[in-house]
Design a binder for this molecule. Sequence first.
Ligand code: UD1
Ligand code: CA
Length: 453
Amino acid sequence: MTIDVVILAAGKGTRMRSDLPKVLHPIGGVPMLGRVIEAAQQLGDVKITVVIGHGAELVRERFASSDVQFVEQTEQLGTGHAVAQAIPNFRAGATVLVLYGDVPLVKTGTLQSLLSASDKGPALLSVEMANPAGYGRIVRDETGRVLAIVEEKDADADTLAIREVNTGILAAPGDLLANWLPELSNDNAQGEYYLTDVIERSVSEEIGVTGVLAGDPLEVAGVNSRAQQAQMERALQDSRALALMNAGVTLLDPNRIDIRGTLECDTDVAIDINCVFEGEVKLGAGVQVGPNCMLKNCVLAAGTVVEANSIIEDAVVGEACTVGPFARLRPGTELANGAKIGNFVETKKAKIGLGSKVNHLSYIGDAEVGEGVNIGAGTITCNYDGVNKSKTIIGDGAFIGSNSSLVAPVAIGTGATIGAGSTITREVSADELAVARGKQRNISGWQRPIKKS
Ligand code: UD1
Ligand code: CA
C-alpha cells in the first residue's frame, strides 16, 4: 500500500494565546507536530505533506531536517480546503491519511487499522465521548452504516445528542479525494470547506464509508488551549509512570515525575518526587534518585545514588557513585566507579577516577582526576584565562587541600599533596608537598584600633 500522509497544521490556535504556532507547543518535551510526524513515520515508507499557514516559517524551520514536505495554505478556508492544497503531492494509487498537527498522542497501530479499512472508500476514525460538545457528530442509519458527519454548528437537537464524534482523522483512496475536494461547497454555518463532507459524497456515490472506533479518547484528543495541553501532558506522563512501575521501578509519587524523552531503568530503580528526565536517560540496577533532580542525556550505572536537588547533563556515571545533594554534573563529566561528588560541586568536561572524592563546594572543569584522589572543600580548577581553556591533571592518590586554586594548565603528580589555601601554578611532582600561600605571622601584644572620640 502506498501511503501519502497529510498533516493539517495551518490553523492559528487562537486559544493558546501564544506567539508560537500551536503545533510547535510541546507535549512530553516534543512539539506536537513532531509527535504526529513520528507516528506517521512508524507506518513505514510514507510520504508526508504538512499543510502550514499561521507561523509557517517557524514550523518550516523547526522541521527543516525532517523528511516531510510543506505546502502553504495562505487562507484557512476549512479542513477540506487544507487537504486540497496537498493534492499535487498525492502519488498515483496512494491511500491518503489525514492527520492533525494538534492531535499529538495518536498511535501508529490505530492508524494501521484505519488504513486497512480504507482500500475501497473513506474510513474515518471516530470516538465515543461523554461530552461531545464542539465535535462533528457521526450520523449512522438504522443498520449502523455511516451516512454523514454533521458539524456541531450545523446540527439539529437530535444530531447534537449523538455521542459518537469525528476525530478528524481519516483515510481514503487519494484519487477519490483528488476528485471530490475541489468540488466541496462552503455553504454551511461556518462558511468553510469541510473535509467531512466527503463522507456524504461517498455515501451518495454508493462507495460507502467505514467507521473505525478509537479505543482511547486521549489518543484522538486535540489541543486547543494551554489547559488542554497540560491535561495531555499529565495523561502522557501518567501512562509513562505506569509503564515504569509495571516494569519494576519504584516511583515515590507517580504524579510527580516528568519524562521529556526516554527513561530506561534496570531492576529496582527508585525515583523520589519531582524529578525531570530529558533526552535519553539510562539508570542501572538499584539506582536511587532523590527528590527534585534533573537528569538529561546521561547514563548512571548500577548502585549509584543521586541525592536531592542534583542536576546531571550529558554525563556518564559509573557504578556505586554518590552524587549530591545539590551537585551539578555538566556536559562531559565522567565518573568512574565509586566516585563521590558532594554538595555544591560543579563539574564540566571532567574525568573523576575510581573512588575519588570531591565532597564540597568545588569547581572541577577540563580536568583528569586519577583514582583515590581527595579534593578538599572549595577547590577550583582555574581552567579559563579569559580566552582559552586549559587542562588540569591530577595523579592517583593525590590530596588537594581545601580552598586551593589549580591554575591550568597544570599537573599534580601521583601521591602529591597540596597544602590548603594554595594557588598552584607550576607542576607538582609525584609524592611532593606543595604549599603556595602567604606565610603565617603571629604578632603578639597587638592592640586593636580604638575609635576616635
Ligand atoms: C474538525 C472536524 C470535526 C471534528 C474535529 C475534531 C471538519 C469540518 N470538522 O472540526 O468533525 O470533530 O475536527 O477535532 O473537518 N486546519 C487547517 N486549515 C484550515 C482549517 C483547519 O490547517 O483551513 C487545521 C487546524 O489547524 C486544526 C485542524 O485542521 O489542526 C482542525 O481544524 P478545526 O478548525 O479546529 O476543526 P474543527 O472545527 O475542530
Ligand atoms: Ca473550525
